[in-house]
Design a protein around this ligand. Structure first.
Ligand SMILES: Nc1ncnc2c1ncn2[C@@H]1O[C@H](COP(=O)(O)OP(=O)(O)O)[C@@H](O)[C@H]1O
Ligand SMILES: [Mg+2]
Length: 498
């Protein structure tokens, strides 16, 4: 009898087939995978193979297993296909694999789209006829056309986020909106952490975008600000991406089926694009004003009610054109996590993150880190490139913490300008020395403090006022000299820039 083994990808399949005792291996996917786990399938596959060895023709067997119906195909002693009632999946013998490999090498197929016309004619025909009409590719493509919690998915909007897919979908009220769905993490799938993050992010955004005016006044009053500020900030509610729905049942997403048909998602307003795209077409000065007034105001609003962002970067600032004017929208509060009433940060972007936070490995986060982040972003928009004083320092702090050298590619980018090269060299030397002395990141930071402040002073010297003082105030490593939070930064610095 043939020994049946299961593979989830083509490399594993090749490996199995090269083992002496395995005559038959199977490439499986999706629903078929779950159903075939039942295992009592083996005998049938073996019998089929024997039968096919004797007859020089296509053999087809209908199998009714515990989970449904399958058709198996064998040809000249090899099993060439299996098609599940509702699913995608191909069962392959050693020769069929060769055909598949050749096609893959020629770039004709990817793993799941076998070009069956390249199989022997008779087989191809039978497989074609048997192919289930509703076979779906895996997510994110498989989501297109599905209705998820009342939202009909029309397209994939963005796959570039590290943690999430963004889809475009039609809401029950006709508006085309964005659906945010956590990506499967290698070896882990989507689990409690991803769902928790999605929900806490969406709730944070919704709270900022709908904050009550009287509550805001009360908070600001307690912090010592006037009512005028409350009315200015209240208008910034529109500068946070609006959340329409959170659909996040707490369940396990291990089964591909659940992730495809019932994924956790947050539905929100669809923006026209992000700051990375906008930067290419817009005048810098106008963008600096918009960033300071609109995003700075939205961040101040968040801070006023105790919500931090902690991952401000161009890809997380969206925009919409309203009557020709650019409206910026703060988005992606994925960095916002609260554990036991404290903020916890575990995502760092070397170009913009607060070095103090990196040195502390994300612990003891304070709102002034967000202010630093916003200032680093303002610098980038004003000068057209991230500030290398921050970028290089963070890269090496991260390298010290993770014990891995910074990526060459990034270093090349960073040192492409003359003044930067010397600074990068100094930071690297300090970190190398610290490694030898077994010093931690905070000690390194202490040694580099003065050099960093000098770097910031010189780098901001060509900026006009009041931008220059705003950035110098926020980008210092002296935490006590920084604005305490975005409300402080907004009231004292950003308002005059807007
Ligand atoms: N509501 C939206 N409208 C339009 N584009 C969006 C929207 N949300 C996100 N995007 C795009 O998708 C990208 C990734 O989304 P994001 O929320 O930042 O997820 P991640 O946590 O994976 O970074 C963003 O950089 C942006 O370009
Ligand atoms: Mg993002």
């Amino acid at each position: 009898m043939a020994k049946l083994r299961v593979a989830a990808n083509i490399d594993k399949l090749s490996e199995l087939l090269s083992q002496q005792d395995v005559e038959l291996a199977m490439l499986i996917h999706g629903r078929l995978k779950n159903r075939l786990r039942a295992g009592d399938f083996r005998d049938l596959a073996g019998k089929l193979l024997e039968e096919a060895r004797e007859e020089d023709k296509l053999v087809r067997v209908k199998v009714t297993g515990p989970g449904g119906e399958y058709r198996l195909y064998a040809y000249k002693g090899m099993i060439v296909g299996a098609v599940g009632e509702t699913s995608e999946g191909v069962l392959l013998g050693p020769k069929a694999l060769q055909v598949l490999e050749d096609l893959r090498e020629a770039g004709v197929i990817d793993i799941w789209e076998v070009d069956i016309s390249a199989l022997p004619g008779e087989v191809a025909e039978a497989l074609g006829a048997a192919r289930p009409s509703e076979a779906r590719p895996p997510p994110p493509r498989g989501w297109i056309g599905l209705e998820l919690g009342g939202f009909r998915v029309v397209a994939i909007h963005s796959e570039k986020g590290a943690l999430n897919y963004i889809l475009r979908a039609e809401a029950p009220w006709g508006e085309v909106v964005a659906l945010k769905i956590p990506k499967l993490q290698p070896g882990r799938g989507v689990g409690g952490l991803e769902v928790y993050r999605l929900v806490s992010e969406a709730q944070a955004m919704a709270r900022v975008a709908t904050v009550d005016r009287r509550l805001l006044e009360r908070y600001l009053d307690l912090m010592g600000y006037t009512r005028d500020l409350a009315s200015t900030l209240e208008r910034r509610r529109d500068n946070v991406v609006r959340v329409y729905a959170i659909h996040a049942p707490l369940r396990s997403y291990e089964r591909a089926e659940d992730y495809l048909y019932r994924p956790p998602f947050a539905a929100m307003e669809l923006a026209d694009g992000d700051l990375l795209e906008l930067e290419r077409g817009e005048a810098r000065d106008e963008l600096v004003s918009a960033l300071a007034g609109q995003v700075g105001g939205a961040l101040a609003l968040a801070h006023a009610i105790g919500i931090g962002h902690f991952d401000l970067k161009p890809a997380n600032i969206l925009y919409k054109r309203v009557d020709g004017a650019v409206m910026l929208k703060l988005s992606d509060f994925t960095g916002y996590n609260r554990v036991d009433g404290r903020f916890v940060v575990n995502l760092f972007t070397p170009e913009y993150s607060d070095p103090l936070l990196i040195a502390a490995r994300g612990r003891g986060v304070r709102l002034d880190s967000d202010v630093f982040n916003l200032a680093a972003l303002l610098y980038r928009v004003a000068r057209g490139a991230p500030c290398y004083c921050i970028w290089a320092l963070n890269l090496y702090l991260l390298s010290l913490i993770t014990n891995r050298p910074p990526p060459d590619q990034v270093l090349r980018l960073l040192t492409s300008r003359g003044e930067a090269a010397r600074y990068v060299e100094e930071v690297r030397n300090a970190v190398t020395l610290a490694m030898r002395e077994r010093l931690g990141a905070s000690a390194v930071l202490d040694r580099l403090r003065a050099r960093y402040e000098e770097c910031i002073r010189s780098n901001t010297s060509r900026l006009r006022e009041p931008l220059r003082s705003a950035l110098r105030r926020a980008l210092t490593l002296n935490q006590r000299a920084r604005p305490r939070d975005a409300v402080d930064f907004y009231a004292r610095n950003l308002l005059s820039l807007a």
